[in-house]
Ligand binder design. Structure first.
Ligand SMILES: Nc1ncnc2c1ncn2[C@@H]1O[C@H](COP(=O)(O)OP(=O)(O)OP(=O)(O)O)[C@@H](O)[C@H]1O
Ligand SMILES: [Mg+2]
Length: 241
């Protein structure tokens, strides 16, 4: 069964086509990776799915319900949560309070929201940071906090935007284990990731986009050997060199 279905998604920024005719499905319980060179349109796809940007074209269906025209808050309430590539916690409040903001979506009392948030922090290995100011956390813990905030909203589908960027190999491995655990608890995951170690370890399928369009899909092993994918990465790399 498909939990999320995207059909012919299109998004322009003025004259720039960021996403074009993009169609894919996320299966219930799946971990699907979305990869592509810098500027390929990956984050824009997330922004459209989660209601932060309005797509000009296409259909997004979450568990049989169209997300067209809904606000980020409404989409989150329906069970789709995202993290941000550029982590943006509320800096001058505590880590716990940051996560409680997410927890309030499902929990109606302060006590219940606090309890739920503490559970998520414990799971994410951030329990000891609960009462620290979020702004004081080093990057690896900020990345975890970003995930904790999304997790506290009780998602059925989680969109993770480069949660492994900037982490060392040990930290990457820890995050891989955590994401696997989240998935085992029944959360379907769409993952944008440049850290191929993470993609190879987690994803059952990979979508590759370039200039906003799907250029390949398959198992991780299939796409890394795909000539068009290699050319897309090299082409962009040379342009930026
Ligand atoms: N708000 C915006 N206004 C105008 N152009 C934008 C905006 N957001 C993104 N773009 C452009 O749209 C294209 C796709 O950007 P996007 O951030 O989605 O790429 P990405 O695949 O996430 O890249 P990266 O791997 O570097 O994060 C780029 O050319 C980018 O410059
Ligand atoms: Mg991006």
């Amino acid at each position: 069964m498909n939990i999320l279905s995207v059909q012919d998604l299109g998004k322009n920024f003025g004259g720039l086509t960021a996403v074009k005719d993009l169609s894919f499905k996320l299966k219930q319980g799946e971990i699907l990776a979305l990869i592509g060179p810098n500027g390929a349109g990956k984050t824009t796809v997330f922004a459209c799915l989660s209601g932060f940007l309005r797509a000009e074209q296409g259909q997004v269906i979450l568990e049989g319900q169209s997300l067209w025209g809904l606000s980020p808050h409404q989409i989150c309430a329906l069970g789709l949560a995202r993290t941000f590539q550029i982590v943006r916690p509320f800096l001058n409040i505590s880590v716990l309070d940051n996560v409680m903001v997410g927890a309030f979506l499902r929990q109606k009392s302060v006590a219940k929201a606090r309890e739920a948030a503490l559970k998520v922090l414990d799971f994410m290995g951030l329990a000891r940071q609960a009462h620290k100011e979020a702004g004081g956390l080093p990057l690896p813990q900020r990345k975890r906090l970003e995930l904790a905030k999304a997790l506290a909203t009780g998602p059925r589908v989680l969109l993770l935007d480069e949660v492994m960027a900037g982490l060392n190999p040990t930290e990457v491995d820890e995050l891989i284990a955590l994401i696997r655990d989240i998935n085992r608890q029944g959360v379907s995951i769409l993952l944008i990731e440049h850290v191929m170690r993470g993609v190879m370890a987690l994803a059952q399928r990979v979508l590759v986009i370039n200039y906003g369009q799907l250029i390949a899909q398959g198992t991780p092993a299939e796409v890394v050997g795909n000539q068009e994918v290699i050319a897309a990465y090299l082409g962009r790399g040379l342009k930026h060199a």
